[in-house]
Write a protein that binds this ligand. Structure first.
Ligand code: ZN
Length: 136
């Protein structure tokens, strides 16, 4: 039987990679440029589309599709465990993020697969945005 993928354990959490809100209030956010409407992620001081500093935070639907992925069977460090899936997800709002896929069998993953965010606690003040298949 193929294992169901879980999150990487023991990965250092950087502020840029996390959503700094209590998990019970968590939502995935990105920045939308007021000048050109480009969606910016990760957070930035200057729009990647037009260099404007006029950026507003917006709540993401947390839904998107898998652009690309790989399943890691030999992790760089033993404490990471395996297997796990690293993926690039295109969010419906027009930005792309690097993440992990969880609660899915490796053979089920495919390009274009619909996914939704699965916010999981990483300490007391942070959650990390993983993605799981959007089955409905
Ligand atoms: Zn812009």
């Amino acid at each position: 039987m193929t294992p169901v993928l879980g999150p990487q354990i023991g990965v250092p959490v950087t502020p840029a990679a996390s959503v700094r809100v209590p998990p019970e209030e968590g939502e995935l956010r990105y920045q939308r440029c007021v000048a050109c409407e480009t969606a910016n992620f990760v957070a930035t001081d200057v729009c990647r589309g037009c260099s404007s500093r006029s950026l507003q935070w917006a709540a993401s639907s947390g839904r998107g599709s898998v652009y690309s992925w790989t399943v890691v069977h030999r992790p760089a460090a033993r404490e990471l465990g395996s297997p796990y899936a690293v993926a690039i997800v295109d969010l419906d709002e027009g930005y792309r993020m690097l993440t992990n896929l969880v609660e899915v069998e490796p053979g089920e993953i495919h390009s274009g697969m619909r996914v939704r965010v699965d916010l999981r606690p990483a300490g007391e003040e942070r959650v990390l945005p993983f993605f799981t298949p959007d089955r409905g």
